[in-house]
Design a protein around this ligand. Sequence first.
Ligand SMILES: Nc1nc2c(ncn2[C@@H]2O[C@H](COP(=O)(O)OP(=O)(O)OP(=O)(O)O)[C@@H](O)[C@H]2O)c(=O)[nH]1
Ligand SMILES: [Mg+2]
Length: 476
Amino acid sequence: MTNAPVFAVVGHPNKGKSSVVATLSQNDAIAIALEPGTTRARQDYPLTVDGRKLYTLVDTPGFQRPRRVLQWLEAHSISASDHPETARAFVLQHRGDDRFVDECELLAPIVEGAGIIYVVDGSVPYSAEHEAEMTILRWTGRPSLALINSIGEDDYSDTWQAALGQFFQVVRKFDAVRAPFEQHLSLLRAFGQLEPDWEAPLERATRFLSEQRRQRRRQAAGLVARALEDLMSYQERRTLTLNQIAETSDASLAETLRDRWYRHQRQREQALRIDIEHLYQHQRIRRQEAELQWHSQHDLFSEDTRKHWAVSKRYLATAGFGAGAVSGAGIDAVTFGSSLGTGALLGGLIGAAGSYFYGDRLVLPALSIGPMKDGLKTASFGPVQDSQFGYVVLGRAVDHWWHISQRNHAGRDLLELEPADHHWLEQLDKASRREIQKAFERCRKQRALAHQQREQFAAAIEHALAAYDDWRLNRA
Ligand SMILES: Nc1nc2c(ncn2[C@@H]2O[C@H](COP(=O)(O)OP(=O)(O)OP(=O)(O)O)[C@@H](O)[C@H]2O)c(=O)[nH]1
Ligand SMILES: [Mg+2]
C-alpha cells in the first residue's frame, strides 16, 4: 500500500485547520491556538495502524494574499485547460518569495497530488473574501472537500453550504473538537467517493480504524482489570525489630502504613489513567488539579467520591447480584469481609439510614502485626477488606476511559471528570457482575488470579465498558 492518500488541510488563518489535522491523524502534539498564524510551515502527519500508513494529513499555514495569487494565475493562463499547470507554475516560481511563503507552503502538497480539505468557520458569516481562496483551489483541479467547522456558538452554515457547494465536490459539517468517531469514518468514505484510486485505501482505512477501536477497548479493559487486581490485593508491609516495636505505638505504626498504602493506591490509579490515555494516543491530557493532587473532595476514599462515581449505596449493597437478589442464599454469597456480621452489614446498607456505611471502619483494612520470626515482626496494612472499594475504583476508571475514548485529538480543554450519581452498573449483565465480584473477592484474599480467571475478569470489565458506553449514549 504505497499510495496511501494524502490530504492537504487548507483555508483561512485560524479556522481550525490544525484541529482537523489533529483529530483525523490522532495526534495531540499538533499546535492549536487562539492566535492566527500558529502554523507557519507545511507539516505531514501520517496515520498508521499496526505499522501500516493509512493516509497522511498535511497541516498548512492559512492563505495570506489570495487575491494577489489569483491575479497572477489569471495573468498567466490562456484557458481553463491550463489551470492546474498554472497553479503548479505559481508554486515553482515563488519558492523563496517573501510575499507568498504561506501560499507556497499550502499549495505545494496540492500540486504534488494531495486532495484538498478546505476548512471554514461556520459560526461566522460567509464573506466573499473567501472566493479568491476557493477559486485558487479549484484551479489546482484536485479532488476537494469542504468542512464547515464551527468554532463559536452562532450558526451560518446554510449560507456557507450554498457558497461552498459551488466550489467543492462535497461539503460537510465537521466539528473538529466534538465530532464522534463515526463521523471521522464517514468523512473518509466521502473522500473515497471523490477519487477512484482512493476508494479502496480509504475503505481499508475505515476498517482498520474500526478494528483498532475495538482492540483498544479490549486493551483498556485489560488495563483496568490489572489495576483493580493490584488495588484490591495490595498490602503495605513493614518489618520491625523488637526495639522498633517497643518504640512505636500501634497507632503511629498504623498511620504510617496507612499513609503509604493510600499513596500506593492513588499512584496506581494515576498510572492506570495514564496507561489508558496513552493507549488512545493522548499524551498530553491536562486533568484538573484536583484530580492529579487528589484534593480531598475527589479523594478515592471519601463518601463524596462514592456518591459521585456511579456507585450508589443501594448498588453497593447488591453489587454483582442485582437488586433484589440479595436475600436468602444470596446473602451467603455476598462476603463483605467485614468485622461486622454479614447480616448486620446488609441491614445497615439496605436500611434507610445506613449513613455509617462507608466510614473508614468498613472500607479500610486494619493494621495487623504478625508473629515473631528471627527476632523480627512484620506489620501489614491491607488488602482492603471490602470489595465495594473495587466498585468505586471501577466506576471512576470506566468514566475516565469513556471520556478518553470519546476525546478527539484536537481537544485541548481540561479533562474534568464530571460527577454522576447513577446506577449504570445495573445495566451490566449478571454474569459479568458475578465475574467482577468473584475477582474482587479473590484479590482481597490475596489469591492471585489464574490466567483464565484474569481473562474472564478482563472480559467482564470489557462488558462493563460497553454497558457504560450504551448508558451514556442513551442519556445523551
Ligand atoms: N469550539 C471549537 N473550537 C475550535 C474548533 N476548531 C478549532 N477551534 C479553535 O479555533 C482556534 C484555531 O484553531 P487552529 O486549529 O489552531 O486553527 P488553524 O486554522 O490551524 O490556525 P492557523 O494555524 O493559525 O492558521 C483554536 O483556539 C481552536 O481551539 C472546533 O471545532 N470547536
Ligand atoms: Mg494551524
